[in-house]
Design a protein around this ligand. Structure first.
Ligand code: ADP
Length: 185
C-alpha cells in the first residue's frame, strides 16, 4: 500500500502516519524528519538547509527529491510506504509520479486530513520543535495554503483523494482513516 498524507502543519499527519505504519507494517517516511536528521548530523546538506527549515521555508526541490528517492529505493519500501510531508508542491508531485513509474509502481491513496484553524494553532503551540515559533508557524501555514494546498485538487482529479475529518482525538481520526481505506483495500 502506497499512501500520501496531506494536511496543514499541525493536522496530525505525523501521528497518524506512525499509527498506520505500525498497523500495516510499512515505513513512515517524513521528509521533515529526514531533513532534520541531516541537520542533526551536521552533513554538508544539513548545513545548507538549516536556515530554510528553521525559518519555515521550503528546502529546494532538488535536495528534497534526491533524499526522498534514495529512501524510496530501500528494501523496506518494497511492500509499501506512507509519505508525510512529501510532495509539498506540484513539481514534487510530478517528480514522485515519475520516480515511482521508474520503479514500476504508483501511489494508491492520498489522505487529506482536514482540520480547523483553531485545532492547528492549539496543536502546534503544544509541540516543542525549534521551528514552531508563532512567526514560523504563520509562515509555514501560508506556504501550505499557497503552494501545497493545490495538491488536493491535483490528486482529486487523479481520482485517488480521500478527505478525512481531522478535528477529533487521534484515535477517532485513525478509525476514520481505516474505515475509509477499508473501502479501497
Ligand atoms: P510540518 O508539516 O509541521 O511543517 P515537517 O516536519 O513536515 O513539519 O516539515 C518541517 C520543515 O521541513 C518544513 O517547514 C520545510 O522547511 C522542510 N520540508 C519538509 N518536507 C519538505 C519538502 N517536501 N519540500 C521542501 N521542504 C520540506
Amino acid at each position: 500500500m502506497r499512501l500520501i498524507l496531506l494536511g496543514t502543519p499541525g493536522a496530525g499527519k505525523g501521528e497518524q502516519a506512525t499509527r498506520l505504519s505500525k498497523k500495516f507494517g510499512i515505513p513512515h517516511i517524513s521528509t521533515g524528519e529526514l531533513l532534520r536528521g541531516e541537520m542533526d548530523e551536521g552533513t554538508p546538506v544539513g548545513c545548507r538547509i538549516s536556515g530554510f527549515v528553521n525559518k519555515g521555508e521550503l528546502v529546494s526541490d532538488d535536495i528534497t527529491q534526491a533524499i526522498l528517492e534514495v529512501r524510496l529505493q530501500e528494501a523496506d519500501c518494497f511492500p509499501g510506504f506512507i509519505l508525510d510531508g512529501f510532495p509539498r508542491n506540484l513539481n514534487q508531485a510530478e517528480f514522485l509520479k515519475k520516480a515511482l513509474r521508474r520503479m514500476d509502481t504508483r501511489v494508491d491513496v492520498v489522505l487529506n486530513i482536514e482540520v480547523s484553524d483553531s485545532t492547528v494553532v492549539e496543536r502546534l503551540t503544544n509541540r516543542n520543535r525549534k521551528d514552531d515559533s508563532p512567526e514560523t508557524i504563520r509562515h509555514r501555514l501560508k506556504i501550505y495554503r499557497n503552494v501545497t494546498a493545490p495538491l488536493v485538487d491535483y490528486y482529486d482529479t487523479a481520482g485517488i483523494l480521500k478527505r478525512i475529518n481531522g478535528d477529533s482525538s487521534l484515535e477517532k481520526v485513525t478509525k476514520r482513516i481505516l474505515s475509509s481505506l477499508g473501502q479501497t483495500i
